[in-house]
Design a protein around this ligand. Structure first.
Ligand code: C5P
Length: 404
């Protein structure tokens, strides 16, 4: 049985073009055995008809607060009590603002301040609106009140722009909701993971990168999700299918990875930096393809931001785990990196051995923390990720106990 079987999901739909995906979302939720009741704002009914949602949910759709007929069937207070979880998808910038400030001027906003069920939102808006400081402040307020924000995803938008602001896909939202009802030692914990390589452009057709496949980070994300965590994966360019239940934030270069990580850090309990971030990038990126001329050419490179060290040096850092890929002196380098970057743990792997580490199916890790270390012998990345996550949970829980 899956975690959504017989769960009562109140789906709120607000006025965004992404509302067309809500129809599919209702189907997907019902496929998982959830009971779904739909509440639409007036603006949402301009994008998709209540009749569609009624047909798919098998229930009358609610949209008006002053609706004598609806109140006679299931009143708004009853509806708020009925819900075991509220999902507002899509949630517009306006709705997030209303929710942040407790407005109650339509049925959906009223239900949100009436219900005791957990509230979750899936923002959908133009990327400038999502990045606007006021929207980010509103989201911060919502997260401080325990409201979960699913997404938004990066990508092309209905308005023709590209950026963060797309509503997560229906199946991703189903997985996020499933995560809410899961049991495991990481339930109610937010884990942020970086994975894959980054690409640092030289010119429009060339870039600097490395052989990281992202498989280790993806395997860790799956293991953390299986342990009950809400997982966000910030990954550079990889060709892997997204792990089940994990929120993906794709990025291109080190700067974008830093920015994506920093937006999630305030709500992160454990940060695992498994990405092979390029250490250097060209000081200048040519806007046109560089022509070959001399026999020798020089590229001037500069350091990229150290994402892991930036996070670990915050005033209130999450539990921070780094990776160290080394060809020699593994123990010394790993231990000094642990200290220098002020990490809680570091997982070191020997690269340059055929079949393990970069771009391969298997790995072997030597994991260090200030007081000890353990060797995880060679096995599949999936198995080693499970062992590593178990170890992280142990050290994280110990640290929490000692600091409380
Ligand atoms: O210093 P070094 O690159 O060997 O450290 C490796 C660790 O630091 C990995 O966990 C990697 O994800 C992280 N890192 C980072 N940002 C960088 C370079 C490395 O987060 N610019």
């Amino acid at each position: 049985m899956n975690t959504l079987t017989n769960k009562k999901v109140l789906l709120g739909i607000t006025g965004s073009i992404a509302a067309y995906k809500s129809a599919d979302l209702v189907r997907r939720l019902r496929e998982q055995g959830a009971e779904v009741r739909v509440v639409m704002t007036a603006a949402a009914t301009e994008f998709i008809t209540p009749l569609t949602l009624q047909a798919l949910s098998g229930q009358r759709v609610h949209s008006l607060i002053l609706d004598a007929e609806a109140e006679a069937a299931m009143g708004h207070i009853e509806l708020a009590r009925w819900a075991e979880v509220v999902l507002v998808a899509p949630a517009t910038a306006d709705f997030l603002a209303k929710l942040a400030y407790g407005h109650a001027n339509d049925l959906l906003s009223t239900l949100c301040i009436t219900t005791t069920a957990p509230i979750t939102v899936a923002p959908a808006m133009n990327q400038q609106m999502w990045q606007a400081p006021v929207t980010q402040e509103n989201c911060q307020r919502l997260q401080e009140r325990g409201i979960k924000i699913f997404g938004p995803a990066m990508g092309s938008q209905a308005c023709g722009e590209i950026g963060a602001g797309r509503m997560l896909e229906p199946l991703e939202l189903v997985q996020c909701l499933e995560g809410l009802f899961k049991k495991g030692s990481l339930v109610n914990h937010q884990i942020l993971i970086t994975a894959g390589p980054t690409r640092e452009d030289i010119d429009p057709v060339r870039f600097i990168t490395n052989r990281s496949s992202g498989r280790m980070g993806y395997a860790i994300a799956s293991a953390a999700y299986a342990a009950g965590a809400q997982v966000t994966l910030v990954n550079g360019p990889v060709s892997l299918s997204p792990p089940l239940g994990v929120q993906i934030s794709p990025v291109y270069n080190a700067q974008e990875m830093l920015e994506a990580v920093m937006t999630h850090i305030p709500t992160t309990d454990i940060f695992i930096a498994a990405a092979a971030v390029a250490d250097y990038r060209p000081v200048q990126q040519a806007t046109q393809k560089l022509k070959k001329k001399e026999a020798v050419m020089q590229l001037t490179l500069e350091r990229t931001p150290d994402i892991l060290a930036t996070v670990a040096n915050l005033p209130n850092p999450p539990f921070t785990v780094g990776f160290a890929a080394e060809t020699n002196n593994l123990i010394d380098y790993a231990r000094s990196k642990l200290q220098r970057k002020k990490l809680d743990m570091i997982a070191a792997n020997q690269v340059g051995i055929e079949g393990v580490g970069f771009d391969s199916e298997e790995n072997a890790l030597h994991v260090f923390w200030t007081e000890g270390s353990v060797e995880l012998s060679r096995c599949s990345k999936k198995e080693i990720a499970n062992k590593l996550v178990d170890l992280i949970i142990q050290r994280y829980q110990l640290k929490k106990r000692l600091s409380s």
